[in-house]
Ligand binder design. Structure first.
Ligand code: SAM
Length: 317
């Protein structure tokens, strides 16, 4: 029957066709070992465990609560996509909010758009900012731009306090909302509040009528995350985003080498058309604001998913 042909999973389910490949150990499914790795810095901040490592292949690596956040080798993939997909989807982004992203890389990419007049950047943890300023100065100088305003506080609280219709684009570059332990138990992390339905509805409220939201969307290859993607997308729709899509990104240092973004458009008929995306991109790179991973074909192409992932995320839509 149709339901059996196109299964829709619930949060706790694992898609049947992935069990064999992924369930190599309870909870983690897969482990990455970085060759010739050494610890450069370690600090327990008020909110999380911060480490900087150096490995021969990946260069310097920021790790929070044991989870890789960025590596010097492949950070371009995630950060360029997190920034440029929503920035180009909006026809003329002037006012931007970034929640999370304490390494500064998404901010640096957002500032490449000459239409930008003001960026509020909210991160919970000033220790992450200071660590990145010291160890990743190639991204950590973005806060010097006069258009950037850094706020050290909880992103959920900042958003609750913001006025209706303030932003053209909101990018939520948060760390994972939870970790699954070796015994299968789930522990929530400081960013868990940023994935609650109430917070997503607040983000919808503070966007302008043609506003665009982009949130870190986890990997569809990890069963617990796939359940999350489905429920976060439902939350975005319940909060009023008329079009919500999962875009895929290849990042070799993340578990399974894949991560994604969830893009919500308040009014897709007012979003940018592809010809203007290409024109604006050419203008941007001709001003020496180059990219290495993002280019306009990905503005459409990242949303084309493998069949099983498409069926699980979109069902019969
Ligand atoms: N690219 C990364 C990834 O997904 O692996 C995320 C990078 S960024 C370093 C994540 C940031 O989210 C951290 O700087 C952390 O301090 C911040 N963060 C976590 N919870 C937050 C909250 N409730 N409000 C604001 N920032 C938060």
């Amino acid at each position: 029957d149709a339901a059996a042909a196109s299964p829709i999973i619930t949060y706790d389910d694992v898609p049947a066709n992935r069990i064999g490949e992924l369930e190599t150990s309870i909870g983690f499914y897969q482990a990455i070992e970085l060759a010739e790795n050494s610890l450069l810095f370690s600090k327990q901040s008020k909110y999380q465990d911060i480490e900087v490592h150096k490995s021969k292949f990946y260069g310097k690596i920021l790790v929070l609560d044991g989870v890789i956040q960025v590596t010097e080798r492949d950070a371009d993939s995630y950060n360029e996509m997190m920034a440029h997909i929503p920035m180009f989807q909006h026809p003329n982004p002037k006012r931007v909010l970034i929640v999370g992203g304490g390494d500064g890389y998404v901010l640096k990419e957002v500032l490449k758009h000459h239409s930008v007049e003001h960026v509020d950047h909210v991160d919970l943890d000033e220790d992450v900012i200071h660590t990145c300023e010291e160890y990743f100065p190639q991204w950590g100088d973005a806060w010097k731009d006069p258009r950037a305003f850094l706020h050290i506080c909880d992103g959920a609280q900042f958003v609750r306090d913001a006025a209706d219709g303030t932003y053209d684009v909101i990018i939520q570059d948060s760390s994972d909302p939870f970790v699954v332990g070796e015994d299968g138990t789930m522990t929530t992390l400081p960013s868990a509040a940023l994935y609650e339905e109430d917070h997503i509805c607040q983000l919808h409220r503070i966007l302008k009528p043609n506003g665009i939201l982009n949130i870190q969307g986890e990997s569809f290859n990890v069963p617990t995350s796939l359940g999350g993607i489905i429920s976060w997308r439902r939350n975005m729709e319940a909060c009023g985003f008329k079009r919500t899509r999962y875009g895929s990104i290849m990042t070799s240092s993340y578990p399974t080498g894949q991560i994604g973004l969830l893009l919500g458009e308040k009014e897709p008929s007012l979003s940018a058309d592809y010809a203007s995306v290409s024109r604006r991109y050419r203008e941007m790179i001709s001003n020496e604001k180059k990219t290495t991973y993002y280019h306009p074909p990905l503005q459409k192409g990242c949303f084309e998913l493998p069949l099983w992932a498409h069926e699980n995320i979109y069902g019969s839509e």
